[in-house]
Design a protein around this ligand. Structure first.
Ligand SMILES: C[S@@+](CC[C@H](N)C(=O)[O-])C[C@H]1O[C@@H](n2cnc3c(N)ncnc32)[C@H](O)[C@@H]1O
Length: 203
């Protein structure tokens, strides 16, 4: 599994995240970011081109060495970027120092996602925001049935991605108040494509 996880998986992840259908989601999310930004699970850096002048610094957190290396070589904005190897469950950043936490298609893959949300709350300044685009649990029981059955096998080949996480519930049970939340399917197979996007603040 070492070669698959260390070499093949990062390339597959980058390939999947190049999907052009994701671009409007990325653009909308990153437009809402401002100040000092922490991007959790920055991956190969596909959001970087969208950061504009409202953002003073981006801290890109990523546990996968190979993806972090790809992010370092991705097209960059003028904005200063600091790349940090680490995990969302133990964010190596002081508390109350971040204006915007960004997550795009990352909450599905974090092993202890509740712990990660607690950490996101800790690093956010009072009044700070979480900006998110995530795929997750669909509303229809028929699609949920498939999501629950596919997830155990899917997790093994996709770097731990869960198809069935209820993002609205995940946010609210961790003390985030969704100020904006849009949901709906994008193109593709229904178990993989129910999207949640929006902004949330801490209570
Ligand atoms: C589907 S990729 C999305 C990458 C990127 N956010 C994007 O939009 O292109 C999922 C990302 O979550 C990251 N990830 C997995 N477990 C993580 C953890 N514990 N902490 C932070 N990121 C994690 C993966 O390494 C990967 O970069």
């Amino acid at each position: 599994m070492g070669f698959y996880n260390d070499v093949i998986l990062p390339r597959l992840c980058d390939l999947a995240m190049r999907n052009k259908d994701l671009l409007p989601y990325r653009e909308r999310a990153i437009r809402a970011a401002q100040g000092r930004v922490l991007e959790i699970g920055i991956g190969s850096g596909r959001n970087l081109p969208f950061y504009g002048p409202a953002v003073k610094q981006v801290v890109g957190l990523e546990p996968a060495t190979k993806l972090l290396e790809m992010a370092r070589h991705a097209p960059h904005p003028e904005t200063p970027i600091e790349f940090v190897e680490g995990s969302a469950e133990a964010i190596p950043i002081e508390g109350r120092s971040i204006d915007t936490v960004v997550t795009t298609w990352t909450m599905c893959s974090i092993p202890n996602v509740d712990r990660a949300m607690t950490e996101a709350r800790r690093v956010l300044k009072p009044g700070g925001k979480l900006v998110f685009v995530e795929h997750g649990r669909a509303p229809e029981p028929r699609v949920q049935w498939w999501q629950d059955r596919l997830t155990p096998a899917w997790k093994r080949i996709s770097g731990g991605c869960h198809l069935n996480r209820d993002i609205a519930d995940l946010l609210s049970r961790n003390g985030f108040y969704a100020e904006e939340m849009r949901t709906g399917y994008m193109n593709g197979l229904k178990p993989m494509t129910f999207m949640y996007e929006g902004q949330a603040s801490t209570r």
